[in-house]
Design a protein around this ligand. Structure first.
Ligand code: PEP
Ligand code: MG
Length: 760
């Protein structure tokens, strides 16, 4: 029985598309269990119905047509009771309801079981038989186990909007609502415009050439035109864009360098392949390497390489290609894979938002959309872009929802929402350079979280006090080997010297957990409780020392470097890290051979992420200069909830009363110990979180660039003593939802309601 089950689940999960997978499932079950019929009814919560979605044994014509109310018939009863129903003669059951379309007159025995995922009934699965009998306990156990196993597949399809897409679930009047992943917040309305790539590397047929010199020239010319095009696009980018966005285009520039892609492509041409094929062969190899990496950020680099190469290919095949044309009315760009260069090519006055069929929150498209302030929805893999072409689309970048062909009265409502949102942003932007001071004159200090080069952004905005968290692992993850000391030195130096008057807090390498390095694979059963953060670098002191030397060397002539240690659990770890830092410091100092050098030992801090440290805070305070709360990990460890596991994501909540109590305890103790303390987890960039943290006594908050303006506006709109009253009230509540409701209501009464609707 177990083998049959395994075989069925494996085969179903290999079948692409939900409808096909469910059809395969009912057929396999019917054959394996030797019953006369097997069917699946999926729940539609909007219409409160269970809809026959797949069957082998009932009439095929009834699929999508038979819709059973949640409280109707034996099918409804299975869903309602959330337990299996095993009946010898279904026709005699008091809840039996006859649906002539299914043609089940000859079936007597009935076994139905609910399909449940995370407490939600997704559907009902049934087996039926002519013979009048009760199904055996084994048969019942089989169906229950199978339903539990396929629940995840169905839940995933539901999240991808595939259920809605299937014909049986289509909404009336051609209007449809589908869900993706929010990539950039905001609301937009416009015509869907698909980006058709005429010639693609992936569809190119490999060909050999007859004239090597000609092919090399064709390749080099195409690279030159592409380089000019990329340059043009990057010049067109708004000057105010963050440095990490500009970095995307310099990466394109590096790839176009003759020593990078060029050398390998020309090698293939010399092997006899024509220019286009050579490019294809090289790029496919590169992209495969990136795609194979576990880290989603690195996987995204494959998209960039392919995007750039498709541009080069276009010019190899057609050197006089004309520029693309765009509609002169508001539009939403839709593509399988939206890339940064596509966005740069669109006229910014008309581009309202983007939908990337593939991609994630880490995609450059999502980062760029956030930076230029347009909504983006990512990852709706079950939809073909052509389905959205030339249709009116409303996208909600807060929830990830797309409304296709909305009704006229909905369009009016959407326009109203967009206007409200615009005026909110205007008010936020108008205040962005004003200091973060509350109405009762309490000053807050805002810092930046980053992992990429930040120079201009920081230098230009007086309101950003410095970098509160530089995640050094990001440059490590972008490389395919440990970056040598000199490369690290140059990166760190460039940041310190661009912002000599602002504190730059660099965290030592924090890998492990959800941050793997392709060149240091860590395979563990419990990665978040395993070899992570400081544990790795103390066990591999050579990695720690190289990084410490690079940071300390970079700080020569500057006093703005602070070093921070991640995942600290024991005093011994701090002592050992200090010993290594001192070693690095004296080595560097000696190498400088400059008796006049005033180079100082940088300030040292630890991240408060592991609950154990909270109970030893006064002891840690004797060894370090500052603390920084990593509320992301602190929440994860305090609540014992994996921060990346969608199954328990509803339990991961930084507004949990225990998390708030610990945060309050940390602030009180740190202030008493007179140790500077920052919060650098996501909570600091969330309006509701920032308000509570200020009330607790935190004065320094560090967050992503796109949250800084918003949080500044929040502080400038409220009074410290009101937030202290709010905090006193919420501390007596016993569940996170109530806390959130109360804080949101507070924001609402202070004219910050727009941020609440926008989901923070
Ligand atoms: C945290 O844990 O809150 C934190 C800022 O570190 P990271 O998210 O990089 O683990
Ligand atoms: Mg952390």
């Amino acid at each position: 029985m177990l083998t049959t089950l395994k075989h069925i689940v494996q085969e179903v999960s290999r079948t692409p598309g939900l409808d096909a997978a469910l059809n395969r499932l009912v057929t396999l079950v019917k054959e394996a269990m030797q019953v006369d019929s097997c069917s699946i009814y999926l729940a539609n919560y909007e219409q409160q119905q269970l809809i026959l979605t797949a069957t082998n044994g009932l009439d095929q014509g009834a699929v999508g047509k038979v819709r059973i109310g949640f409280y109707e018939g034996v099918i409804g009863l299975v869903g309602q009771r959330e337990e299996p129903l095993n009946i010898e003669n279904v026709h005699q059951h008091p809840r039996f309801k006859h649906y002539p379309e299914v043609k089940e007159e000859n079936y007597n025995a009935f076994l139905g079981t609910p399909i449940i995922y995370q407490r939600k009934v997704l559907g009902v699965m049934t087996m039926q038989q002519r013979e009048m009998r009760r199904f055996s306990l084994d048969e019942e156990a089989f169906l229950v186990t199978l339903a539990a196993q396929i629940a995840l597949e169905i839940a995933n399809a539901d999240m991808l909007g595939e259920l809605i897409q299937s014909e049986s679930m289509a909404l009336p009047s051609g209007q449809q609502v589908i869900n993706g992943v929010p990539g950039s917040s905001g609301l937009a309305l416009g015509i869907g415009v698909t980006w058709n790539q005429q010639i693609l590397l992936s569809t190119l047929v490999n060909r050999r050439h007859k004239n090597e010199a000609y092919e090399i020239i064709a390749y080099r010319d195409a690279v030159e035109i592409t380089r000019a095009e990329v340059k043009q696009l990057s010049l067109g980018l708004d000057e105010s864009l963050p440095d990490d966005i500009k970095a995307i285009f310099s990466m394109y520039d590096q790839l176009l360098d003759a020593n990078s892609l060029g050398r390998e492509v020309e090698k293939r041409i010399k092997e006899g392949w024509n220019a286009a094929t050579s490019l294809k062969l090289v790029v496919e190899e590169y992209a495969a390497r990136f795609k194979a990496m576990q880290d989603p950020y690195m996987q995204e680099r494959a998209v960039d390489i392919i995007d750039l190469s498709n541009r080069i290919l276009g010019y190899i095949l057609n050197p006089t290609k004309k520029p693309r044309e765009f509609p002169d009315k508001p539009f939403i760009l839709v593509a399988d894979e939206i890339t940064a260069s596509m966005l740069a090519e669109c006229p910014s006055e008309m581009l309202q938002g983007v939908i990337s069929i593939n991609g994630s929150q880490n995609s450059h498209a999502a980062i760029l959309a956030r930076a230029i302030g347009i909504p983006a929805i990512m990852g709706i893999a079950s939809i073909l872009p052509s389905l959205l072409d030339q249709k009116t689309l409303f996208i909600d970048g807060y929830s990830g929802m797309i409304t296709i062909s909305p009704e006229p009265q909905q369009i009016r409502e959407f326009r109203h929402l967009i206007a409200e949102e615009k005026s909110l942003h205007e008010r936020i932007d108008a205040m962005s350079n004003e200091p973060s001071v509350t109405l009762d004159h309490h000053e807050m200090h805002l810092y930046l979280n980053t992992g990429l080069v930040v120079k201009q952004e920081l230098a230009d905005n007086d309101n950003i006090k410095g970098v509160g968290l530089f995640r050094t692992e990001i440059p490590f993850m972008q490389s395919d080997h440990f970056p040598p000391e000199q490369a690290q030195y140059e990166l760190y130096r460039s940041i310190l010297e661009a912002n000599p008057d602002k504190d730059i807090t660099m965290r030592t390498l924090d890998i492990g957990g959800d941050k793997p390095l392709s060149y240091l694979p860590i395979v563990e059963d419990n990665p978040f409780l395993g070899w992570r953060g400081i544990r790795v670098t103390l066990d591999q002191p050579e990695i720690f020392l190289v990084q410490a030397r690079a940071m300390i060397r970079a700080s020569e002539d500057y006093t703005n470097l602070q070093i921070m240690l991640p995942m600290i659990t024991t005093i011994a770890e701090v002592k050992e890290a200090k010993r290594l830092l001192k070693q690095a410091y004296y080595e560097v100092k000696e190498e400088l051979k400059d008796p006049l050098s005033t180079m100082m030992m940088p300030k040292l801090g630890i991240m408060l992420e592991v609950p154990a440290v909270v109970y030893q805070l006064s002891q840690f305070a004797q060894h370090v200069d500052f603390f920084s709360v990593g509320s992301n990990d602190l929440t994860q460890y305090l609540l014992a909830v994996d921060r990346n596991n969608p199954r328990v994501s509803s339990l991961y909540n930084s507004f949990h009363p225990s998390v708030l109590a610990v945060l309050q305890e940390i602030a009180t103790q740190a202030n008493k110990l007179e140790k500077p303390i920052t919060v650098c987890g996501e909570l600091a960039g969330d309006p509701a979180g920032a308000v509570l943290l200020m009330a607790m006594g935190y004065q320094k908050l560090s967050m992503n660039a796109h949250n800084i303006r918003k949080i500044n506006w929040v502080f400038r709109s409220i009074q410290l003593h009101h937030t202290q009253q709010l905090l006193a009230d919420v501390m007596s509540l016993d569940n996170p939802d109530e806390v959130k409701i109360q804080v949101d209501a507070f924001l609402e009464t202070h004219g910050l309601g727009g941020l609440v609707r926008a989901g923070g």
